[in-house]
Design a binder for this molecule. Structure first.
Ligand code: DAV
Length: 378
């Protein structure tokens, strides 16, 4: 074989790396949503800012929340909201520490500082939702490019942690940032007309790579992703090219007309068991035919819960400690009862005051280490 053909052959060979050999040794290892949790990052709300309406923010703000953005956009979240949510995050961290799980928190970061790129200026958002920015595929942490201008530098609030994981042998892959200039957003998108010719419309053009990590959900070798107002075709293709063939990326679409993040739509809880949002999921793709589909009761929405950046379904945004134990918001009693009936062991915690920041327990966390191997469940 000549040198030239040998080089071509090696290019054609898949990365030739046995990811699973790092399951025991890497500080980063997580392949699904339910293996026994060993290490987790919990977000913080310190210094959280309300985003200024840009096109991608406006695309998902519920009508009833427009007043909040008008009043506080570009300003800090009210101090009292930060205090109460911060206490709940600390409570979540303590519950997991008490369960023997290693809990890490992001470093302090000034989100109020105005920054200017060659195309626009913005202030930051927060470090409350590590789930949105990072995802773990086996021994690799992937950092998402994001799609909101206010989130352009958000990853840096976690870089002390990421550098430490890297030093200890973890792999860290950062997706290319887009310009987020005017062309990045589709000027013709109208959030009041989310369907055209039977096709779902999204605010992002597809001229640069965009995704949030929370649009992906992992079931071992099979990973599911939805296109959304923060994730476009190029973003999905970028992830696919970097994780294939160890992981197979399946694109799915459900009934949420203003999608952003898949973790209130389909929630895998254990091998062969998936919770689905009954409002948006009428039918799962055939790959789930052998899985048991669990349909939750409606969410508990109290009058004083400000859902400014999300739907009513934060209810489903739970974190599995293992195949049985699930951390869930304590006021969601119908869901808690349903989980018990299905054989799970819910761990209720107060988390209502975090909802107005746009997520619940799943959003607020990033599972960096879980036990287990990379397996196929289909
Ligand atoms: O239901 O609006 C919110 C999830 C945020 N990470 C929803 C999705």
């Amino acid at each position: 074989m000549t040198t030239l053909t040998r080089r071509i052959v090696s290019l054609l060979t898949p990365r030739g790396r046995d990811v699973s050999s790092n399951a025991e040794t890497s500080p980063v290892w997580s392949c699904n949503e339910w293996d026994s949790l060993e290490e987790v990052v919990v977000g913080v709300v310190d210094g959280a800012m309300v985003p200024q309406g840009d096109a991608a923010v406006d695309a998902i703000i519920p009508e009833h929340a427009e007043w909040f953005i008008k009043k506080y956009g570009g300003k800090p979240f009210p101090e009292e909201m930060i205090e109460k949510a911060g206490e709940e995050l600390d409570g979540l961290a303590k519950v997991m520490t008490d369960l023997g799980i290693t809990v890490k928190r992001p470093q302090p970061f000034d989100f109020s500082k105005k920054y200017t790129t060659p195309w626009w200026s913005s202030r930051g958002l927060y470090a409350a939702m590590p789930r949105d920015v990072f995802m773990v595929f086996g021994d690799t942490i992937i950092e998402a490019p994001m799609a909101w201008r206010s989130r352009y530098f958000e990853g840096f609030a976690f870089h002390d942690l990421m550098n430490d994981y890297f030093k200890r042998g973890g792999r860290w892959l950062v997706a290319p940032k887009s310009t987020m200039d005017e062309e990045f957003y589709d000027k013709n998108y109208d959030s009041r007309v989310p369907m055209k010719d039977n096709k779902k419309q999204f605010v992002l053009a597809n001229n640069e790579i965009a995704f949030d990590a929370a649009d992906f959900v992992r079931c071992g070798k099979d990973v599911f992703v939805q296109k959304s107002n923060v994730t476009n075709d190029m973003g999905i293709e970028w992830v696919r090219r970097h994780v294939d063939p160890e992981f197979k990326i399946h694109e799915v679409e459900f009934g949420d007309l203003h999608p952003m993040h898949i973790d209130t739509t389909i929630v895998p809880l254990a091998p062969g068991k998936i919770l689905v949002n009954p409002e948006w999921v009428k039918k799962l793709p055939p790959i789930f035919d052998s899985w048991e589909v669990l349909t939750p009761p409606p969410p508990v929405i109290s009058e004083d819960t400000g859902l400014y950046f999300s739907s009513d379904w934060l209810t489903l945004n739970m974190l599995s400690i293992d195949e049985k134990r699930i951390i869930v918001e304590e006021q969601e009693t119908p869901l808690i009862e349903a989980l018990k009936k299905w054989g799970f062991e819910p761990i209720p915690i107060p988390f209502r005051n975090f909802y107005p920041f746009g997520g619940s327990v799943h959003c607020a966390t990033l599972d960096v280490r879980r036990k287990g191997r990379l397996e196929s469940y289909f």
